[in-house]
Write a protein that binds this ligand. Structure first.
Ligand SMILES: Nc1nc2c(ncn2[C@@H]2O[C@H](COP(=O)(O)OP(=O)(O)OP(=O)(O)O)[C@@H](O)[C@H]2O)c(=O)[nH]1
Ligand SMILES: [Mg+2]
Length: 297
C-alpha cells in the first residue's frame, strides 16, 4: 500500500517555489519567471511512485496585497497550509534569509504541522555566504529538517523528495497513477501564454495581465486556440502589441511552441489584446479568469 498525503510549498515571491515543484514531480505544471508574483493560484503537482503519492501544492508568494486579486492570492496561501502533512518552506539561498522569512516560519511552527525548509538556488550561491545564513535557521524552533537544493540544476531534489515521504500520513490515493496536476489543460494553456507575456514584456505590465481562453477546440489533428491578453491600462496595449505587432507575434510564437509540447499536437494560436480597466479589482473579471473561490475552470 502506498503512503499518501499533501505537502504545501510556501515562501516569498520569486524564492523558486514553482521551479522546485516542477523539479520534484519531474513535469512542468507551474509557470516560472524572473518576476515576482508569477503564481496566482494554488496548483497541485502530483508525484506517484511504487511506495507513495505526494500531492504538492504550489502557492503564490507572500505579498502585500494591493487589490482583490492580491487578497485572493493571500487567501490561497492560507487555504493551502490547512490540513497538510508537511509545510515545505522555500527560501532563496542566493538572496539570504530575511527576518520576515524567519518570523513566517515561526508562525507556521505554531500550527504543529512538520516544517521542512528547502534553501534553493545553491548553484548561484557561494558556500561561504550560505553557511552563516543557514545558522540563522538553527535559532528558529519547530523546523524538522533543512535541505539545500538547486531546483534549476536538479541538485538535492531527489533526496528532499525521499525525506518528505516520511511525513505522509494517509493511504488513500487522491489522484490516478498518471495524473500530474489538478488543473485542466485549458488552465495550463492560459498559464503558458501568461508565462510568455511575463518573459517577453518588461517592467510593470506583467503584474496587470490576465489571460482569457475564448476557444480551445481539437479538430483535424490540431488544436485551434483563441485567447485574449487582458491589460489593465490603455497605455499597456501598444506595449504588448509592439511595433507593427512584433511583440504579440513573438509572444504567440513562444506560447504556441510550448503549448504544442504540452499537448503533443499541432496548435493554431490566435491572440488578441484587450483593455479592461482595473480588472484586478473586478469580481466578475476575476471569476471569468478563474480566480474564484475553488479550483478548476
Ligand atoms: N539559479 C537558479 N535559479 C532558480 C532556481 N530556482 C528558481 N530559479 C529562478 O528564480 C526565478 C523565480 O522562480 P519561480 O519558481 O518562478 O519562483 P516562485 O517562488 O514560484 O515565484 P512566485 O510564483 O512569483 O512567488 C526564476 O527566474 C527561476 O528561473 C535555482 O535553483 N537556481
Ligand atoms: Mg511560483
Amino acid at each position: 500500500m502506498r503512503k499518501t498525503g499533501f505537502i504545501a510549498i510556501v515562501g516569498f515571491a520569486n524564492a523558486g517555489k514553482s521551479t522546485l515543484l516542477n523539479a520534484l514531480i519531474q513535469q512542468k505544471v507551474s509557470i516560472v519567471s524572473p518576476k515576482p508574483q508569477t503564481t496566482r493560484d494554488n496548483i497541485m503537482g502530483v508525484w506517484t511512485d511504487d511506495d507513495s503519492q505526494i500531492v504538492f501544492v504550489d502557492t503564490p508568494g507572500f505579498l502585500h496585497s494591493k487589490n482583490a486579486l492580491g487578497d485572493y492570492m493571500l487567501r490561497s496561501i492560507d487555504n493551502a497550509v490547512k490540513d497538510v502533512d508537511c509545510i515545505l518552506v522555500v527560501i532563496d539561498g542566493h538572496d539570504g534569509i530575511s527576518d520576515k522569512e524567519l518570523s513566517q516560519i515561526t508562525k507556521y511552527a505554531k500550527s504543529n504541522i512538520p516544517i521542512v525548509v528547502a534553501v534553493t538556488k545553491i548553484d548561484i550561491t557561494q558556500p561561504q555566504r550560505l553557511m552563516p545564513e543557514l545558522s540563522k535557521l538553527n535559532e528558529v524552533e519547530g523546523i524538522s529538517e533543512v535541505y539545500c537544493v538547486s531546483a534549476k540544476r536538479n541538485k538535492g531534489v531527489l533526496e528532499l523528495k525521499q525525506a518528505l515521504k516520511k511525513y505522509l500520513s494517509g493511504d488513500a490515493m487522491y489522484f490516478e497513477e498518471d495524473d500530474v496536476t489538478d488543473k485542466s489543460q485549458r488552465y495550463i494553456v492560459g498559464e503558458i501564454i501568461r508565462e510568455k507575456v511575463l518573459l517577453c514584456c518588461e517592467n510593470e505590465i506583467p503584474h496587470g495581465i490576465g489571460i482569457a481562453i475564448n476557444k480551445m477546440q481539437y479538430e483535424r489533428n490540431a488544436w485551434d486556440i483563441d485567447a485574449t491578453v487582458i491589460v489593465e491600462k490603455s497605455s499597456h496595449k501598444p506595449i504588448v502589441l509592439g511595433k507593427h505587432g512584433a511583440m504579440i507575434k513573438g509572444i504567440g510564437t513562444h506560447a504556441r511552441e510550448s503549448i504544442e509540447k504540452f499537448l503533443s499536437a499541432k496548435v493554431f494560436l490566435t491572440l488578441w489584446v484587450k483593455v479592461k480597466e482595473d480588472w484586478r479589482n473586478n469580481p466578475s473579471m476575476l471569476n471569468e479568469l478563474g480566480y474564484n473561490s475553488r479550483k478548476n475552470y
